[in-house]
Design a protein around this ligand. Structure first.
Ligand SMILES: [Fe+2]
Length: 207
C-alpha cells in the first residue's frame, strides 16, 4: 500500500515575461493546479482500493484506469513545475558561453547551435506534448526528446534540464496555432539559464 502523499501547488512569479502574457500564465497556473489536485485525488482513490489489503478482481478495471490516469496527471504536474521553473523575467536567449549548460551542449552535440536546432525542431513537431532536454546522470550526456501528452517518451532515470511546453494552451492566447515558432522564440528569450545550470550534475563528461 502506498503511503499517502499530498502535493501542494508551487507558486511562480513570472510577471513581465517577454512574449508570454500574464493572461496566458494565469490560465496556465490554473491548469497546473488542476494537475496537482488530480494527482492528489487519484493517489487517494487508488489507496482506497487497498483498504482491505488487496485489489479484488472486480475492482481491477477501475483500479487500472485510475492508475493509468495517474501517469498522465503526475507527469503533468511535474513537467509544469520544471517548465515554469526554467523561466524568469529578464531571462536570456542564450546561455553564457562559459556556463555548464553551454559546455554540456557542446560536449554532447559538437556545437551549441546544433543542440538548439534539435531542441527547437522537436518543439515544432506536430502533436500535443513537450520538448525536453535531458541529462543522462551516468554518462552526463544531453539529449533532446519529444514527450507526447505528459507521460509518453520520458526517459527513465534521466534528469529534465530544460523543459518547454508546446501544448497549444501554452501560447494560444498570444499566438495563432500556426505561430508556434514565435512562441518558441519567446520561450527562449525568457529562459532562466542559471536554473538550467543548477539542474545539471556537477561534472560533465562526454563519455
Ligand atoms: Fe501546459
Amino acid at each position: 500500500m502506498n503511503k499517502q502523499t499530498t502535493y501542494t501547488p508551487k507558486q511562480f512569479d513570472l510577471k513581465g515575461l517577454n512574449g508570454i502574457s500574464e493572461k496566458t500564465l494565469e490560465m496556465h497556473f490554473k491548469l497546473y493546479e488542476g494537475y496537482v489536485k488530480e494527482t492528489n485525488r487519484l493517489t487517494q482513490r487508488i489507496n482506497e482500493f487497498f483498504a482491505d489489503g488487496q485489489v479484488d478482481q472486480e475492482e481491477m478495471p477501475a483500479y487500472s484506469e485510475l492508475t493509468r490516469r495517474l501517469g498522465f496527471e503526475f507527469n503533468g504536474m511535474l513537467l509544469h513545475q520544471y517548465y515554469f521553473g526554467n523561466l524568469k523575467r529578464g531571462g536570456g536567449d542564450r546561455p553564457d558561453r562559459n556556463s555548464a549548460f553551454h559546455q554540456a551542449a557542446e560536449a554532447s552535440f559538437g556545437r551549441y547551435d546544433l543542440w538548439r536546432a534539435d531542441f527547437i525542431g522537436i518543439g515544432k513537431m506536430r502533436g500535443v506534448g513537450w520538448a525536453i532536454c535531458y541529462q543522462d546522470p551516468v554518462r552526463k550526456h544531453l539529449s533532446n526528446h519529444w514527450i507526447t501528452l505528459h507521460e509518453v517518451g520520458n526517459v527513465a532515470g534521466f534528469t529534465p534540464i530544460l523543459v518547454m511546453d508546446v501544448w497549444e494552451h501554452a501560447f494560444l492566447l498570444d499566438y495563432e496555432p500556426s505561430e508556434r515558432p514565435q512562441y518558441i522564440e519567446a520561450f527562449f528569450s525568457n529562459v532562466d539559464w542559471e536554473t538550467v545550470d543548477k539542474r545539471l550534475a556537477a561534472e560533465h563528461s562526454a563519455a
